[in-house]
Structures are given as C-alpha cells and as structure tokens.
Write a new protein. Structure first.
Length: 481
C-alpha cells in the first residue's frame, strides 16, 4: 500500500470524526495510559507493526508476512480465516503458508484480517462482562464491513476502503478495553446501564467522560492517533451499526439506511438489501475468526417483501448473482487449471466462468489480438447471450481499440462518457467493464463483461470482482511454463 493510503488527516478541520484529546479529562488520560502500558501493551505494539508494514512505500507482501509470522497466535488466526468457508477455501487446505495467503488474497485483505484477528484475540475474552464486550465487538466488526463497502461503492481506492475498515473497527477501542479491564468503574457502569440509563448519560455520570474519548486517548497512547479521525463513510457505518443493534425495522436504523441511500443515490430497498448482506458477511468473518459469540450478536438480515428487484430480476431470468465466497474459491482454483502456456485458453475460460458464475456478470467475452496487431476478435464467451454477443466483436484495430490494448488497462465504460466506444456500440450495452490481458508485459487481448440482458446496473462490487479475476489471470499466466 502506498504511504499516502493512510493519509495524514489529523490536521483536517472538516472531518466528522471524534474530538482530539486536548480537552479529555485527566481521569480519561490516566485510564488510557494504564490500559496502553499495563493491560494491553502487546496489542498496541502489534497494531503499530502491522500498520507500518502496510504504510511503507517500499513495503512488500513478504514484509507483512514477516510481521504476521512473529506472532504464532496471529499466524494461526490468519491462516484459519484464509481457509474458512467465508473466504472460499473451506475444506481444501489450499493455503498453508502466510506468504501464499498474502500472494493469493493481497496485502489489503491480509491487513484487514490482521487487525481483526489482533482485536478479537486480545479483547474477546472477558468472562465478567462478556455480554458488553461481545456486543461492542459485534458493533465494531459490523461497522468495519459496512464502512469498507461504502467506500468501494463510492469508487474510492482500495487502500482508502481499507482505512475505513480499520477506522470503524478501532472506533470503540476504548469501550472494548474498558470492559476488558473490568475494574470497579466497569461494575458501576454496568449497573447504571442495567438500570435503563442511556450509554451517554451513564458514562458521564459514572466516569465523567464518554468512552469515545477513551478511544481517542488510547489510540494516541499507542501512536495511532490518525485513526481516531473518522471519514464520512466511517461515521455513517458506525451510526448504522449502533442503530441496527435494535433491529433493522427500528426508526433509527431506517433513518441510517435512508442517509446511506442518499449518499449512494440508491433507493431505500436496494440499500437495505446491500447493508443486510454486509451484516451477514461480518457475521461470517467473525465465525471465520473463531468468534462465534460475537457473530451471534450481529443483526440478522430480514427478508423484505420489497427490495432487491434488480438481483431478483437476474435470478428470475436464470442469471447467477454475485457470490463473494464463490469468487474467492474460483480465484484460487485458477492456480490449478493450467500448467503451461499452451493451456492459456483453459485459464481464460476459467476466468470468464468466474466473471459469469461468481461475479454475477451476465455476459463475458475474451477478445484476442492477432500477432500483427491489425485485428481484434472474440475467441471465448460465456453466458446465455455470450456467443451471440461475440459475433459482433470483430474489428480492424482502430486507434480507439489500440489504446485499450496496453498493459494495466482497467475501465468501467459508460455510454454518456464514451458514446463512441466500439465495444459499447457493438454490444448495445449502456455500460461495461473492460480489462487488458498481458503476458510478459505484452497485451494479448481484452476481457469484456456487462449485465445488459437484464439491464442490471454495474456497481463497485462488480468492478472489484472483475478487476480481481483479470489480475489473477495475469498473475497465473506469468507463472506458467
């Protein structure tokens, strides 16, 4: 991840995040110092090490693997999660080294797993106040998954989405550490909450400060104060996770859903369906990390009579819908389908199958450029209408197409912005995803995908899935004999 991935926002005055610690009461600072130095010093050091390994401009996947391997418990959790059903590797034993996990899953995914594993492992065991602690952990994990998805839907870079995940996960770190510490103040606050007082009132009366201030002080004590400032996506995700604890139909939760829908310019039903799917993913991640008590406290998605019309239309028409677990399983299978470059067509066929069956894209075509680079034509296709579409993909290599046949091209084309695109003209689609396929830095063709048959709009999740399959295809191709 580039150094700018975790941009320095400590000086931003327009950030909707929590306040600084300058005005925090002395008791708050003292408690933060006690927790940071005596109760949880190892957690702070581990978070610092993982963050440093991913922030450094020159950092490689091997550097974060080295950080993980220093901690046997972290190594075990990362590998267990990487091989869990949630991530598509369950029962196959395909990842047995951290280095391979980094290569297959990417630094971003490993970083998120590391921060999640460290937090759950350090704070997941507090028998006396387990209910309070597990509820807070569930809320944090829920907010983290929602924040990351909001960032991706807004087409922010992957490292920015990663930052939102970590911001949200660590936002209640003070509350988590407080219940973990479990001293006399915890008993008093627990009694006040049991008496029906709101958390804000109970915290102020018992402690003299809100626990969110303890979070800021604790992060500063660990040298992670930049994470105490929250982006807009993080703030919305935290609000949603808090409101959803009372149920998806509660007025506060519906208001949060509407706020997110307005931000994304989506209708409420579609937004709710996506948010509930994210909640399910958060629960699956908790299970993968061995935190079943946390998973049980996440809000259970409710089936709505309305909503999900677009996905429903796709299912009704016989098209697959996006399936994260299947995506990751098929990405892994791509490593095993070909052994030499003579079998490259099999690898490309597997990629197209993944775009169709796992990413839920309704038509996908691979177009090959000839050796003389004068002609581009379809060679492989999937989907009920894929073969018919491929008949229209046959061009002399005009400049507009030649510009796409460069290493690293990855585009989401839309007709209003690209009305003269030969691809959109030939396919009749309003939008499509296009990626060049290169071997040894030489472009051999293009991958194309759309969801035109049901006119289901493409989204950030579809683009990320498309990118993943194209990049995995190139990575496997480079390794072939």
């Amino acid at each position: 991840m580039p150094a700018g991935g975790f941009e320095d926002i400590s000086a931003r005055s327009d950030s909707p995040g929590g306040p600084g610690t300058e005005g925090a009461p002395a008791a708050c600072e003292q408690l933060a110092q006690h927790i940071a130095q005596q109760e949880l010093p190892a957690l702070g050091l581990s978070l610092q090490a993982v963050l440093k390994a991913t922030q450094d401009d020159s950092a490689s996947g091997q550097q974060i693997a080295t950080v993980v391997l220093r901690d046997p418990a972290l190594t075990s959790k990362v590998l267990r999660a990487a091989n869990a059903a949630y991530l598509g590797y369950g029962g196959h034993g395909k990842i047995v080294t951290v280095s391979r996990a980094v290569v297959v899953m990417g630094v971003h995914a490993i970083y998120e797993l590391c921060v999640t594993a460290l937090t759950l492992d350090a704070l997941g065991r507090a028998p006396r106040y387990a209910y309070r602690l597990h509820s807070a952990l569930a809320r944090a994990l829920h907010a983290a998954v929602q924040a990351r998805d909001l960032a991706l839907q807004r087409k922010l870079p992957r490292d920015a989405a990663e930052r939102r995940f970590v911001e949200a996960l660590l936002a209640p770190i003070g509350e988590l550490a407080f219940w973990y510490d479990g001293k006399e103040a915890a008993q008093a606050l627990d009694a006040a909450l049991d008496a029906g007082k709101s958390p804000e009132r109970a915290e102020q009366e018992v402690l003299g400060f809100p626990l969110r201030e303890l979070s800021t002080s604790l992060l500063r004590s660990w040298g992670l104060e930049a994470l105490a400032e929250h982006s807009h996506e993080t703030a919305l995700a935290i609000e949603l996770a808090q409101a959803a604890q009372g149920g998806w139909s509660e007025p506060a939760c519906r208001q949060a859903v509407q706020d997110i829908g307005r931000l994304l310019r989506q209708d409420e039903a579609h937004t709710l369906a996506r948010l509930q799917q994210n909640s399910g993913d958060a629960a699956a991640l908790a299970v993968a990390m061995g935190a079943r008590d946390v998973a049980r406290r996440l809000p259970t998605p409710q089936v709505q009579a309305t909503g999900g019309e677009e996905a429903g239309a796709a299912e009704a028409a016989g098209y697959p819908v996006p399936d994260l677990r299947l995506q990751l399983r098929m990405l892994t299978e791509m490593n095993k389908v070909a052994k030499t470059r003579k079998e490259l067509p099999i690898l490309l066929e597997t990629c197209l199958e993944g775009l169709y069956r796992a990413a839920g894209l309704e038509r996908a075509v691979f177009c090959l450029v000839n050796v003389a680079r004068t002609h581009l034509a379809a060679r492989l296709a999937v989907g009920p209408h894929g073969e018919a579409l491929s008949a229209h993909f046959d061009w002399a290599l005009v400049p507009a197409l030649d510009a796409l046949l460069q290493p690293g091209v990855m585009l989401w084309l839309k007709r209003p912005q690209a009305p003269d695109s030969p691809l959109l003209q030939a396919s009749g689609a309003e939008e499509c995803l296009v990626g060049s396929v290169s071997v040894d830095q030489k472009c051999i063709g293009l991958l194309y995908a759309d969801s035109a048959p049901t006119q289901r709009p493409l989204d950030a999740q579809a683009f990320e899935a498309f990118r993943g399959f194209v990049e995995q295809t190139e990575m496997v191709a480079r390794a072939l004999r």
